[in-house]
Design a binder for this molecule. Structure first.
Ligand SMILES: CC(C)(COP(=O)(O)OP(=O)(O)OC[C@H]1O[C@@H](n2cnc3c(N)ncnc32)[C@H](O)[C@@H]1OP(=O)(O)O)[C@@H](O)C(=O)NCCC(=O)NCCS
Length: 168
């Protein structure tokens, strides 16, 4: 089961490491970049935790008795969005851990972020995605994002990006 909550400072190192796993070198954010986006005035970050479902073992059962002491919930994903004064939310990144993909976690995160942008008075979300990131492009299309334009050599002065947007 996934639970969403607001970002807290002790999360930072986990988010940084997850971002490093999600993107190739040069595209993943450095600590300084990620920290500046997360801490920036007007930005928000939503964190997803994986909480193990305990209903199956049953209290008092041998399985429950053998369980290790309470494990801390693991960070399964996050999304960071920067609000622009003109009324749109810029999705800086959305990352889900590889073992939790295709389980609707990314959808939970983007839907929660879009709702928050809307609650803040925003009318649109935008983002950039590398042209070779087929999984993310399929994900955004599923969430009704449309291509605004191609940004030539956006990543590392080499790789093109698509600018996508969605009216809320
Ligand atoms: C993109 C990403 C956030 C999607 O997260 P996720 O938790 O797997 O997303 P969901 O399970 O909510 O997927 C929702 C839908 O998106 C589409 N989708 C997601 N991943 C897909 C893939 N690899 N191939 C095709 N379609 C995909 C599907 O329609 C999926 O619905 P379905 O599983 O019922 O078919 C995740 O793949 C990720 O973290 N990638 C690495 C980081 C990244 O590239 N982030 C985007 C930066 S621009």
């Amino acid at each position: 089961m996934f639970c969403l909550r607001d970002y807290r400072l002790p999360d930072f190192e986990h988010l940084y490491r997850l971002d490093q796993q999600c993107f190739p070198p040069g595209i993943a954010y450095s600590r300084a970049e990620l920290s500046s986006y997360v801490a920036r005035k007007g930005s928000f970050t939503i964190v997803a935790e994986f909480v193990a479902d305990e209903t199956s073992s049953g209290e008092g059962s041998p399985a429950a008795a053998a369980k290790p002491p309470e494990a801390k919930p693991a960070i399964a994903g996050f999304i960071t969005v920067e609000m622009h004064p003109k009324g749109y939310g810029h999705i800086i990144t959305i990352d889900t851990r590889a073992e939790f993909r295709r389980q609707h976690l990314g959808s939970m995160l983007i839907e929660a972020a879009e709702k928050h942008v809307s609650d803040l008075g925003g009318f649109m979300t935008i983002l950039e995605v590398a042209v070779n990131n087929a999984a993310a492009i399929a994900f955004y299309k599923r969430h009704r994002y449309v291509t605004v334009k191609t940004l030539p050599r956006y990543y590392n002065g080499e790789l093109d990006a698509l600018l996508l947007s969605r009216r809320l």
